[in-house]
Write a protein that binds this ligand. Sequence first.
Ligand code: NAD
Length: 262
Amino acid sequence: MPHLDGKTAIVTGAARGSGEAIARRLVADGAGVVLVDLLDDLGAAVAEDLGDRARYLHGDITEEADWAAAIALAQSAFGPLTTLVNNAAIIHIAPIEHTSIEDYARVSRVNEMGTFLGMRSVIEPMRENGGGSIVNISSIDGHHAAGGTSAYCASKFAVRGLTKVGALELGRYGIRVNSVNPAIGSNEMVEPFVPDIAKMRALQEKHDPPPIGRRGRVEDVAGTVAFLASDDSAFYTGADFDLDGGITAGMKVKGPIPGSPT
Ligand SMILES: NC(=O)c1ccc[n+]([C@@H]2O[C@H](COP(=O)([O-])OP(=O)(O)OC[C@H]3O[C@@H](n4cnc5c(N)ncnc54)[C@H](O)[C@@H]3O)[C@@H](O)[C@H]2O)c1
């Protein structure tokens, strides 16, 4: 049963990967969605496939004017803005000593500053509309370091920090802010640095899956975001949703659980 009827959402980075899955899920659950991305052919095709509850907009999350355009389109097409999903991000994978200032600044600008700008841009319209839900997509790397990802990892820790500051400041306006920290996303994001990422992930799923027994899917991200966009999550703000199948819960128990009857 759709539970997002009457909601109006902006989803960034929605041309592919998790953002596409999120946009598809929010529309399926009843929301009107503006998909923002730089990959126009892909983004426009997803929006067209979704029909009249979706619009595609070329937009760069680091540009203030593009945020204003996205908000204007969302509100004219679907009504008062209720939901922002800050999903767009980029990665750079290299050891610290091979990460240039330009590499670091590029990742930080998109992932950290872009998320900040999105949050800041929607405060006024959401406040006028009586509140809303902001969902920031961080990563498992925003909680636990991963070698080779200094710029990305730092930016994803920052996203979680922004979430908590936002929760403290914006609760008074009825605006909730939460982080989703997935262990999964598209292979396309990582492929330029790790060409055989798909094969590596398939092997990992076979030989060392998360405690839940399988790898995550972009649909898992979408389901969590749909919950956080809905009124069912009305008392959650400033929370971290570790979407990792139990990877970060602790040491995995291999073999029989200690104390099991033999
Ligand atoms: N890929 C993974 O393995 C993985 C794992 C954990 C978390 N995540 C997170 O999931 C989210 C979605 O990533 P994904 O895996 O779908 O990757 P992706 O590269 O497939 O999608 C990211 C999208 O963001 C868009 N984008 C990049 N810069 C932009 C900008 N300045 N303005 C507007 N759009 C921009 C890209 O064009 C792309 O369509 C990201 O926040 C990412 O950090 C990904």
